[in-house]
Ligand binder design. Structure first.
Ligand SMILES: Nc1nc2c(ncn2[C@@H]2O[C@H](COP(=O)(O)OP(=O)(O)OP(=O)(O)O)[C@@H](O)[C@H]2O)c(=O)[nH]1
Ligand SMILES: [Mg+2]
Length: 245
């Protein structure tokens, strides 16, 4: 088993925000070694694709860990972009994603990657606790807690934060469930979580440092509503899954 990690950054109109994050992430990942980074962008306009391509090509002259931009013409949603990147893992045995806004710092990305151990997925988690720093707008924190409680109760999973934008999954475990995954929007990680658990893959939540970055794409009312609907669909479908353990 290789220890290589394929890290995808899903992007929708992120050329401005990623400029502050990607160079430092490339630095950190190339110092760590064994990581490829792929930016997957879907359905942004032509001007945005050119801007993003320029940011990436400039960095690629310096960092071999950064792969060419994967640009898709149709908007697939955050989950669709992550899965599209994970479909090209190269030799990696680990699949990961991180949000483009830098809310999880490159140092935290490296810390999570270093914690991986055979057969276990790691989900970063925004836990306000002593010893960690989570700076989040109150209304986002509150809605996030309501959503997380809903996910936990409706799906009967003792998860604290299913939505944090940093996760790492064993490739084999993902490939065993990939064909059953249907959610491509912001709730894709909820479906990913229950599918992994239902096939016997262990998941550990890891409290991380996290800070709110302006320009978020999640629309609090519209997307929360859709995401709640997705949880109900996942619950209904899950009861039909016939998965070998
Ligand atoms: N490729 C792709 N990426 C998307 C899409 N929607 C959101 N993303 C990415 O998903 C990631 C998370 O979005 P954010 O804007 O950070 O979400 P947020 O509103 O800040 O929410 P939190 O970070 O959870 O507080 C970012 O990297 C976005 O660019 C999409 O339709 N396609
Ligand atoms: Mg964010």
């Amino acid at each position: 088993m290789s220890d290589l990690v394929h890290l995808v950054i899903p992007c929708y109109r992120e050329s401005a925000r990623i400029g502050a994050f990607l160079p430092e992430l490339c630095r950190e990942m190339s110092a760590l070694g064994g990581v490829t980074i792929m930016v997957v962008e879907d359905g942004s306009d032509a001007e945005e694709v050119v801007k993003m391509g320029a940011v990436i090509e400039a960095l690629r002259t310096e960092y071999a860990c950064l792969l060419a931009l994967k640009s898709l013409s149709n908007n697939l949603g955050k989950g669709g972009a992550v899965y599209s990147g994970w479909a090209e893992p190269g030799e990696a045995d680990w699949l990961a994603f991180v949000d483009a806004d830098g809310a999880c710092s490159p140092v935290e990305v490296a810390r999570l990657i270093q914690m991986k151990s055979a057969g276990r997925a790691l989900f970063a988690s925004r836990v306000k606790m002593l010893g960690r720093r989570v700076d989040r707008l109150f209304k986002r924190h509150l809605l996030g807690r309501i959503y997380a409680t809903l996910v936990s109760e409706l799906l009967d999973v003792p998860v604290y934060d299913s939505q944090c934008g940093l996760k790492i999954v064993p490739r084999l475990a993902f490939e065993g469930i990939a064909s059953r995954l249907q959610v491509r929007g912001f709730a894709f990680d909820v479906e990913l979580m229950v599918a992994l658990l239902d096939t016997g893959c262990e998941i550990q939540e890891v409290p991380i440092d996290w800070h709110e970055v302006e320009g978020g794409k999640v629309h609090l009312l519209r997307d929360s509503w859709r995401m709640a609907g997705d949880v109900l669909k996942i619950r209904a479908r899950r009861s039909c899954w016939k998965m070998p353990l």
